[in-house]
Design a protein. Sequence first.
Length: 201
Amino acid sequence: MSTTAVLVAAGSNVAPLENLRRALDVINHAFAPLTVSRAYANAAVGFKGDEFVNLVIGFQTGLTVHQVIERLHAAETACGRERLAPKWAPRAMDLDILLFGDTVCAEPGLTLPRPDLLKRPYMLGPAAEIAPETVHPIERRTLGELWRDMQVTQAAHALRPDAGVEHRDVAAHAVADEIDRLARQQRLEQRVEVAEVVGEP
């Protein structure tokens, strides 16, 4: 069965460590194995509120884009997100498809590639971290190239330590360390399951 490479942005500013772990558990159950970027903290966009912790998740799937969206909505719901909540407001979990293979579409509620991918350092940076050679289907350039350009034009301040944000960096590193530990644990569990299936010692 053919599969499609998917990149999903995840962000939370309500108990972010707890909710990112919960979302990763749900998404891993549906789409394992996952590739997960480091986590980054940045200011809320569009409203005043606690800082967000953001990361990007990559996986392969044989499902349609709408089937993937259904499962991402389930992960958001598991984190306590209400579907009719205001757009510019605190989020227990926000999951957005950035790229779905080479799909280009514009329909109600879904635009691919996601336009914010080329505007938000906290989306493009982590995406380029885990999929630097992936080609943007409209720009026809790799994410790594696009990220390098953004670093020049926007200074990528949201992903770089600077004076006055040490507490953000500590929070981000704590989430990243916990996510890395969870990812390693999941990979180990998957290897054990495979070994048991094939009868390896």
